[in-house]
Design a protein around this ligand. Sequence first.
Ligand code: NG6
Ligand code: CA
Length: 507
Amino acid sequence: MTQSNIHKGMISFMALTSLTGAQAKENDSKKPNVIVILADDLGFGDISLYGSKTIKTPCIDALANSGLRFNQGFCTSATSTPSRYALLTGMYPWRKQVNILPGDAPLIISETQPTLPKLFRQAGYSTGVVGKWHLGLGNGTIDWNETIKPSPFEIGFDYSYIMGATNDRVPCVYVENGKVDNLDPNDPISVSYKSNFEGEPTGAKNPELLKMYPSHGHNMSIVNGISRIGFMKGGKSALWKDETMASVFLDKVKSFIAENKEKPFFLYYGLNQPHVPRAPHSDFVGKSGMGPRGDAILEADWCIGQLTSYLQSMGLADNTIIIFSSDNGPVLDDGYQDQAQELADQHNHKPAGPYRGGKYSLFEGGTHVPFIISWPKEIPAGKTTDAMVCQMDLLASFASFLGEDIPKDLDSENLMNAFLGKSKKGRTSLVTEATGRLALKEGDYLMIPPHNGVATDPNTKSELGNDKGYQLYNTKKDPAEQHNLVVDNGKLLEKMKKSFIQQSAVK
Ligand code: NG6
Ligand code: CA
């Protein structure tokens, strides 16, 4: 036995015998910190590690190389609110008809529901959320000039510094622990999703005030030279600047970590990139050669690099679990003229990688996302896995990991061994969702039941996956989902239909 092994042996022996208060505390602090980073609209093919030849993401790649890369990682849904709902509650979002929320919507997670942050709070962690929220705030009409309740605190986050909805929706302000940050009480904020406030310019009427033009929608109130969804007035000192959003969030992330470095902490970090409007800091402008969308991804990559080096400098890197993923698949034109489509075509950039569709789509590109877990202390570096996992599974998995009871009747599955790379066994199936429509992923197969509606959204050009008949693809052999196997695979189709009916039955 080497000296250090003897030492380790002594520590575990001490842990087995009775602990003094101080020792127990030290033992407690050995619980790993957990950071969930969720990018916004980042596709499977947007990361060099997953095959992007055009946009380079060295920091995300390094994170993956320091741990485990999932080849079969999913979110539940092809849009933000439902995906985030599933991540935080461990429940399928369509059970409660959760859909994209406007910026003045009430909180959709009930205060009595089990949540991921509540679980960590219960296990003695400090909990925080920084970045995109998009799960609603308050319980009725919001007065943005008062403290908003319920806020993330009521569903488990001790600290919150958030963008309430999306970067293209009003009000364009940060909310810290339920209060609009930097608000001048003499310049109160008003918000409406119905009508404009008298005398306020809009993108539709005042294009001369814009530095970025909408391609569809996004022609209402103007903030920072960009017109948004919804109307707002006032709150001038509190308005965000898109170009500094990444560093504003990053600073809050760092201060949360610094304040909680002695305790174990759980942090949910919602990146704002590459969701529209794509207006990264000037340091990144023009750097990707792929226009604002590519530049915004470089900025997101930089954020990851900043975070990991900060953890290192604080001596926390080794015992911090970082989970990196995206809330839904990619979209090129999501409402602003920023040349994303043209440049992707020109450089043959495939934001969803080999998969078909993207954001809003039932094809696999809608929900098959980057998924990385790093924990230097416990997960060997440089591994990949084919275990199918979903963000929704983190809740049951961490409940088990933390020794807490797994809440009853969740859709979340305990896949902790797969998340830690100890098992190749993931979930066998997953009901995926896009704007209220459902599909079933089971093993290597994706079955899309018949859905009404257009095949391709005329604005975003997203292939939605709608068809009059059933579609069945082997997305392992045919990730581009070109060969509908329905005709020759009657038995498999019947089996998946049954499974779908069972799994999508409303509980
Ligand atoms: C859509 C918006 C889109 C984006 C999306 C939500 C229009 C025309 N389109 O309604 O730009 O904001 O909602 O994106 O308004 S998500 O990633 O937060 O789900
Ligand atoms: Ca999104």
